[in-house]
Structure formats: structure tokens, C-alpha cells
Design a protein around this ligand. Structure first.
Ligand code: FPP
Length: 224
């Protein structure tokens, strides 16, 4: 059976769920947060060490201001209300992405990372203002600055995901089959699962089904 250390998720479909069920895209995001909480719990239950969640992409800035503002408010509220619980559960929070947020949100994010820094049960990487192409540009610039050789190891070590093993599983909900500029370098040998359900409808059972399927796959990594 394949070891499972890292699951990455593109949580797609909130907007469609919201329009269909509540006549509001934003209420779809609110509902999506309940699915986030369910999946965090299940990740701990399955003893998986890393969970990377795509919460806001560099391309999401193209959305209407009212939706962007709602998403960041939701994040702020989530951290305010749940940080101590996450900390109690021994969860470490790490933000990946270019940090260009309001001073207030920056402070909240830094504080959350600081408080949970030494936690060991599960590391949640929250991808915020994240774009894989920007990550590669930032990483290669760093590498140049330090005069390091261009090698696979050195590139990996200069990405936001430094010291984090590559994802074993990528899940994308929402019935769309694309990577949307998410972890392009890190997904080189990841098993990819496209799920028809919209993110707010995705539950522990769906997650377990994917995990079970993943465990039975023969992973060759180019070998035979
Ligand atoms: C994609 O669905 C989802 C997002 C851009 C935001 C994801 C945010 C959450 C799940 C809630 C907030 C999370 C945290 C951790 C605070 P979409 O809006 O692109 O859906 P659509 O394809 O139906 O339009």
C-alpha cells in the first residue's frame, strides 16, 4: 500500500453551489468552509501529515470586489474563531503565496503561523494569493541571489513549499479537469483525482473513497 503523507485540494464549485442552493455565490463560499472543517478532521483521523488547500489564487483577483472582500472576511473570521481550536488539535498553519494583503490580515496570518509553529499532528498549507508560476519566479530569483546552482533540489528548496514533501494526492472538486496554476512543480508525480461534486457537497466518505483508491494504485515513478 502506498504511504500517504500529503493531500492537496483545489476546492472548486463554491460559487455554483451557492447560486444553485442559496442564490448567492458568497453563501457558497460560506458553505465551503464547513467542508474545509470536515476534511481537516478526516485528514487528522487518517493520520495524514500535510494538507494543502487552494483558498485564493493569483487569478482570483479578477473576481468582483464584493466576492474578494467576502472571501477575505471569511478567512479572517475563520482564523479568529478557530485558531485556538486548531492549535489545541496540534495543527500547524502555513501560508503559501505572495503575501500582499491588508496590514490587518498580514498580522493575523503571521500570528496564526507563529502560534502554531511548533505543532506536529498536521500541517495545513493555506494557498493564498498563490500562483505556481509566481512561486517559480520568486524561487528562481532567490536562488540567483544566493548564487546557487540550478538543480532540482535547489529549486525545490527555494519554493514556498520548501521542506514539504510533494503531494501524493491532488483532489479537484467541481467537475473541472485542470490544474489552474496550482503546485505545477510539486505535482510532477502526484496521483490526480477529479471529483464531480461541488466542494460544499464533498464529504468524508468521498475523501475516504479517494484515499482507498490511491492506496491501491501501483506508483512507478517512471520505473516499471
Ligand atoms: C473555488 O470555487 C473556491 C474558491 C476560489 C475559494 C475557496 C474558499 C473556501 C473553500 C472557503 C474559505 C476557505 C478558508 C480556508 C477560509 P469557485 O468560486 O471558483 O466556484 P465556481 O467554479 O462554482 O465558480
Amino acid at each position: 500500500m502506498n504511504p500517504l503523507n500529503h493531500v492537496a485540494i483545489i476546492m472548486d464549485g463554491n460559487g455554483r453551489w451557492g447560486v444553485k442552493n442559496k442564490n448567492s455565490r458568497n453563501l457558497g463560499h460560506k458553505e465551503g468552509l464547513f467542508a474545509v472543517e470536515k476534511i481537516i478532521k478526516q485528514t487528522i483521523k487518517r493520520d495524514i501529515k500535510y494538507l494543502t488547500l487552494f483558498a485564493f489564487s493569483t487569478e482570483n483577483w479578477k473576481r468582483p470586489n464584493i466576492e474578494i472582500a467576502y472571501l477575505f472576511k471569511l478567512l479572517e473570521k475563520f482564523l479568529k474563531e478557530k485558531l485556538s481550536e486548531l492549535d489545541k488539535q496540534n495543527i500547524k498553519l502555513k501560508i503559501i503565496g505572495r503575501r500582499k494583503f491588508s496590514l490587518k490580515l498580514n498580522k493575523i496570518l503571521e500570528e496564526a503561523e507563529k502560534i502554531t509553529f511548533n505543532n506536529t499532528k498536521l500541517q495545513i498549507n493555506l494557498a493564498l494569493n498563490y500562483g505556481s508560476k509566481n512561486e517559480l519566479i520568486d524561487g528562481i530569483k532567490l536562488l540567483n541571489k544566493k548564487n546557487e546552482k540550478i538543480t532540482i533540489k535547489n529549486i525545490s528548496n527555494n519554493l514556498y513549499t520548501k521542506n514539504i514533501p510533494d503531494p501524493d494526492i491532488l483532489i479537484r472538486t467541481g467537475n473541472t479537469k485542470r490544474l489552474s496554476n496550482f503546485l505545477l512543480w510539486q505535482l510532477a508525480y502526484t496521483e490526480i483525482f477529479f471529483e464531480k461534486k461541488l466542494w460544499p457537497d464533498f464529504n468524508e466518505k468521498d475523501y475516504d473513497k479517494i484515499i482507498k483508491k490511491y492506496k491501491s494504485i501501483k506508483r512507478n515513478f517512471g520505473n516499471i
